[in-house]
Design a protein around this ligand. Structure first.
Ligand code: HEC
Ligand code: HEC
Ligand code: HEC
Ligand code: HEC
Length: 163
């Protein structure tokens, strides 16, 4: 084998391993993120999420809707996820952190989180408009339209120390 082929194959192996890693990441639930992301001086992400419509998304469903996969797919992170990927997230927590930031079992470790580049290879997502539109679209029976800038501002949970 020539050198180019070896380098190509090594690249494929690295690509394969990192994508398998991210695919196997499991959903841990908002309580796990709260441990590190609820400090007042760093933007209190957990409390802001808890007060947002996303944390209350299951309260919008009633009776049979609470078990209807056609509603749950957008109203609950845990119910929408492949059930083999559920670690400790609950259906009741509605649209949780990991619907937008990716399943957290592999990136939630302090050493990984501190390095954005590494976190991104472990399945962390910095969400763009595309992520929101998985749910904010015309398939929603109560669709009110979607303006990314306006809607992002309504759920903002910036960390003032990283800007
Ligand atoms: C052990 C502590 C810890 C846990 C648990 C944790 N994080 Fe983090 N996270 C950090 C640290 C440290 C940073 C780096 C920025 C900072 O200093 O706040 C960070 C950064 C982030 C960022 C910003 C990345 C960037 O570069 O802008 C996101 C998004 C994030 N975490 C989401 C989550 C989510 C979602 C969970 C739960 C699944 C979670 N984190 C769990 C410690 C943690
Ligand atoms: C494609 C994703 C999606 C599906 C499927 C979905 N919803 Fe929703 N739902 C949303 C979004 C997003 C909102 C927020 C409204 C908006 O801003 O467009 C919402 C809002 C709601 C609200 C609150 C309406 C209001 O005016 O405050 C109710 C009630 C609701 N949905 C019930 C349901 C029921 C019942 C089902 C199943 C039959 C369902 N949804 C299926 C995404 C969805
Ligand atoms: C509806 C989607 C959504 C949910 C739910 C959500 N986030 Fe975010 N988050 C975002 C967006 C959008 C950004 C901004 C990303 C950027 O700046 O590129 C963000 C940014 C962040 C940041 C980086 C802040 C900064 O300024 O550095 C952290 C940390 C974070 N989120 C943690 C969380 C945690 C913890 C939860 C749950 C308790 C959560 N998020 C729930 C969409 C969401
Ligand atoms: C997994 C599905 C899902 C994703 C992804 C999602 N949302 Fe939502 N969003 C919902 C649901 C469901 C509601 C309605 C909750 C309720 O009212 O009960 C909602 C409501 C909202 C509302 C309140 C709307 C109103 O009528 O007041 C805002 C703002 C919002 N989302 C912003 C965002 C943004 C910005 C993103 C992307 C960064 C995003 N959402 C991603 C499901 C989602």
């Amino acid at each position: 084998m020539n050198l180019k082929k070896v380098i190509f194959l090594m690249g494929m192996v690295v690509f394969f391993l990192t994508s398998v890693n991210a695919q196997n990441a499991q959903y841990v639930g908002a309580a796990k993120c709260k441990m590190c992301h609820n400090k007042a001086d760093k933007g209190e992400q957990y409390n802001k999420w808890l007060a947002s419509p996303h944390a209350k998304a299951m309260a919008a469903l009633k009776g049979a809707e609470l078990k209807n996969p056609k509603c749950l797919k957008c109203h609950s992170t845990a119910a929408a996820a492949d059930q083999s990927l559920i670690a400790s997230i609950t259906v009741e927590e509605g649209v949780s952190c990991e619907s937008c930031h990716g399943p957290g079992s592999l990136y939630k470790v302090a050493t990984v989180m501190k390095d954005q580049k590494v976190a991104l290879t472990k399945g962390m997502i910095l969400p763009t408009e595309k992520v929101c539109k998985k749910c904010h679209n015309e398939e929603s029976p109560n669709y009110k339209g979607f303006n990314f800038k306006e809607y992002s501002a309504k759920i903002a949970h910036d960390d003032p120390t990283t800007k």
